[in-house]
Design a protein around this ligand. Structure first.
Ligand code: ARG
Length: 450
C-alpha cells in the first residue's frame, strides 16, 4: 500500500519500487507507533478529530504497539515504509477511521520524529555503557594503582607512571564520550511534529502537547528546519565515531601488550581466538575488530556529512539514507563497548618495569629543588646517563659517588629516586599518576558515573 494513490493512474514499476523502498527503517516501528499515539491523542484533545474517533485510533495503535513489542507485527511486501505499514495495520484493526490519523502530519515530520525518539533512547543506552566501561577501568586501575610502568612518548619510554594511571585515560575518554552523547541529546530531544510536509498547518494542532506527551524537551521552532535538518544525526554519528576512535586506541594497546615482545597482558580463553594454521597462537581478535570497525564508523561520519552537502531545503528523499548510516554507527559502538568491557576484564595485567633511565627527570628535579637551573640539571643528568652507558652501566647501577660527581648538590637520599617506584610516589602535581593520584581519580570517576 502507498499513502499517495490519488493523483496517480498507475502504480510505480517494480524497479522503481525496489529502488526506492528501504526496509532499514523497520527498527523505528515502536517509536513510530508511540509518535502516532501522541499525535492522535493531541488530535482528539484539540478537537481536530472527534474525541471518540481519536480514542478508537489510540486504542488501535496501542494494540499494534503490543504486537510490535512482542515481535509479532507482520510487515507485508507492499509496505512502502514503516509509517505506511503502521497505517495499513491500523486500517485492519480499526477500519475507516484510521484515515484520520495522518491529519496535520506528513511522513517528513514523522520520520524526523521517529529518528529523534530512536536516537534519544539509543543515546541513553550508549551513555550507560560508556559509564559501565569507565567503571570497569576504574576498578582495574584501583587494583593497579601501584603497578609501575613506563609512560611512552613517541613509543619510547618516557617517565615512570602506574598502570592504573594509564588505564584511567580510557575511563576519562569514556566519561567524555558519555557527556558528548548527553549534550547531543539536548538537541535531539525536540519534536518536529506539526511541521507537516514543510510549512506547518492551518489546523489548530498543539505541538507542545505532542512534545510533552512524548517526554521530549520542546518543539523545533521552525517547521522547515524541523523536516530539513539532520545535524542532530551528524552529531550522533560523531559521538559514535569519537568513542570508536577512543576504543580503537585502547584496542591497539591491547594488541601490542598481548604480543610476546611486550607481554603486558595475558589473554584468557574467553577473550581470545585461535589460529587455524598455527596451534600455538592466541589472538586478540576482539581488539583487532574494534580497531577495524572504528574505520567503518569514520566512514559513516563522511557519509552523513556528504549526504547533507548542498541539499536544498527542505526534505529530500536523499535523507532516507541517514538511517542506515546512523544505525550502523550506533550498532557498531554498542557492540564494541560491550566487547571492550569483556576484554579489559578478561585479561591478566603483567606489565614490565620501566627502564632505569626513565627516572632521569626525577633526578633533574631533585637538583632543581636545590636551586640548580633546570637546563643545567638536564645537562648534568644527561652526562651522568651517557657516562654510565659508556661504562656498560645504567642509572640503576649509579652510586652516590656517581651522583655527586654529576652534581655536588646530590645527596644520599636521592639514591632512592633511582627506583622508578619511588620516583612515581614522589609525583606531586594533580593528576600525575602517583598511587594517590590514581585513587583520587578513581573516586572522582565513581562519583561521576554515580
Ligand atoms: N522513508 C522516508 C525517509 O526515511 C520517509 C519520508 C518519506 N517522505 C516522502 N515525502 N517520500 O526519509
Amino acid at each position: 500500500m502507498t499513502l499517495w494513490g490519488g493523483r496517480f493512474e498507475g502504480a510505480p514499476s517494480e524497479g522503481t519500487w525496489a529502488f526506492t523502498v528501504d526496509d532499514s527503517d523497520r527498527r523505528l516501528l515502536t517509536v513510530d507507533i508511540e509518535g502516532s499515539i501522541a499525535h492522535a491523542g493531541m488530535l482528539g484533545e484539540t478537537g481536530v478529530v472527534d474525541k471518540d474517533q481519536a480514542d478508537v485510533i489510540v486504542d488501535g495503535l496501542s494494540q499494534i504497539l503490543v504486537e510490535a513489542e512482542a515481535g509479532e507485527f507482520a510487515f507485508v511486501e507492499t509496505d512502502e515504509d514503516v509509517h505506511t505499514a503502521v497505517e495499513r495495520r491500523l486500517h485492519e484493526v480499526v477500519g475507516e477511521v484510521a484515515g484520520k490519523l495522518h491529519t496535520g502530519r506528513s511522513r517528513n515530520d514523522q520520520v524526523a520524529l521517529d529518528l529523534r525518539l530512536y536516537l534519544s533512547r539509543a543515546g541513553g543506552e550508549r551513555i550507560m555503557q560508556l559509564h559501565q566501561l569507565a567503571g570497569s577501568l576504574a576498578g582495574i586501575a584501583e587494583v593497579h594503582a601501584e603497578t609501575v610502568i613506563p609512560s611512552y612518548t613517541h613509543l619510547q619510554q618516557a617517565q615512570p607512571t602506574t598502570l592504573g594511571h594509564h588505564l584511567l585515560v580510557y575511563a576519562w575518554m569514556a566519561i567524555r564520550g558519555a557527556d558528548r552523547f548527553a549534550d547531543s541529546l539536548s538537541r535531539i530531544r525536540l519534536s518536529p511534529l506539526g511541521a507537516g510536509a514543510s510549512a506547518g498547518s492551518s489546523l489548530p494542532l498543539d505541538r507542545e502537547m505532542v512534545a510533552s506527551s512524548l517526554g521530549l524537551d520542546g518543539v523545533i521552532p521552525n517547521s522547515l528546519d524541523a523536516v530539513a535538518s539532520r545535524d542532530f544525526v551528524s552529531e550522533y554519528v560523531f559521538c559514535c565515531a569519537q568513542s570508536m576512535i577512543d576504543l580503537s586506541r585502547l584496542a591497539e594497546e591491547m594488541v601490542m601488550w598481548s604480543s610476546r615482545e611486550f607481554g603486558w597482558v595475558k589473554l584468557s580463553d574467553e577473550v581470545s581466538t585461535g589460529s587455524s594454521a598455527l596451534p600455538q597462537k592466541r589472538n586478540p581478535d576482539t581488539a583487532e575488530l574494534i580497531r577495524g570497525r572504528a574505520a567503518t564508523v569514520v566512514g559513516d561520519m563522511g557519509a552523513i556529512l556528504a549526504l547533507q552537502k548542498g541539499l536544498p531545503l527542505t526534505y529530500n528523499r536523499d535523507l532516507q539514507e541517514d538511517k542506515r548510516i546512523v544505525f550502523h554507527s550506533d550498532d557498531v559502538l554498542g557492540s564494541a563497548i560491550a566487547a571492550m568491557i569483556e576484554l579489559v576484564e578478561g585479561v591478566e595485567y603483567t606489565p614490565s618495569m620501566p627502564a632505569p633511565e626513565t627516572v632521569s627527570l626525577d633526578l633533574s628535579e631533585a637538583l632543581v629543588r636545590r636551586g640548580v637551573p633546570f637546563r643545567e640539571a638536564h645537562r648534568r643528568v644527561g652526562e651522568l646517563v651517557s657516562g654510565l652507558e659508556s661504562r656498560g652501566l645504567t642509572l640503576a647501577d649509579a652510586t652516590l659517588t656517581d651522583l655527586v660527581n654529576c652534581h655536588e648538590a646530590f645527596e644520599e637520599t636521592d639514591l632512592s629516586l633511582l627506583d622508578p617506584a619511588t620516583s612515581v610516589r614522589a609525583r606531586a602535581t594533580i593528576g600525575s599518576g602517583s598511587p594517590e593520584s590514581v585513587r583520587e581519580q578513581v573516586s572522582e570517576i565513581r562519583r561521576l558515573i554515580g
